[in-house]
Write a protein of this length. Structure first.
Length: 193
């Protein structure tokens, strides 16, 4: 298997969180995130890249965040489930809570939520902060390379509400909890929905 070239992201979680507080959306993030449902951890995988004549290993952490409640055609209440992927450089031992890496580890992200695709993917991709693999390219398509004309003209770089809720949720959790061997999906593997 040939390793792909890795381009380091120009963003970290703390900056993205701060940018999101000054959101381009009309409704503040703290109000929008309250509409969301539960968060479920699905496991992690590893990917291998090359960078500057050396190998780089990253970890993809997979979460599902329930979207805003809506009325179904049958009249009941439903929530869509959106996969969120957080990619961080792999280290054998991460000590402490997630928020210990919020300032000094560059991250890449992906969300299945349509607002990520239509508002944020292009701007974040310009900062090398979008996870690029076969699955994400298929999902995002032209949104990675075509500048949005209406939805994000100023190219705001921020989290969508699902990712914002996720990073707040995991901030106080120990990283070792999520990188436990029992949650390992394999190399270049994704969880089954």
């Amino acid at each position: 298997m040939k390793a792909r070239y890795y381009e380091r992201s120009k963003l970290d979680i703390r900056h993205l969180k701060n940018f999101t507080k000054n959101t381009m959306f009309k409704i503040p993030i703290n109000k929008r995130k309250k509409e969301l449902g539960k968060i479920t951890y699905k496991g992690y995988s590893k990917e291998l890249y090359t960078m500057d004549n050396r190998f780089v290993s990253v970890v993809n952490l997979y979460f599902v965040v329930q979207g805003k409640e809506y009325k179904s055609k049958s009249g009941g209440r439903k929530r869509a489930n959106y996969m969120q992927i957080l990619q961080i450089p792999y280290k054998k031992i991460y000590k402490g809570k997630f928020e210990t890496i919020y300032d000094d580890v560059s991250v890449k992200i992906f969300s299945e939520d349509p607002s990520f695709k239509y508002y944020l993917a292009y701007a974040l991709n310009q900062a090398k902060a979008v996870i690029i693999n076969e699955y994400t390219q298929k999902h995002l398509g032209i949104a990675l390379t075509k500048k949005p004309i209406l939805r994000n003209k100023k190219l705001h770089k921020e989290f969508n509400k699902h990712f914002y809720k996720l990073v707040e949720f995991i901030s106080t959790k120990k990283m070792s909890k999520y990188l436990d061997k029992r949650y390992f999906l394999g190399v270049n593997k994704m969880p089954n929905n």
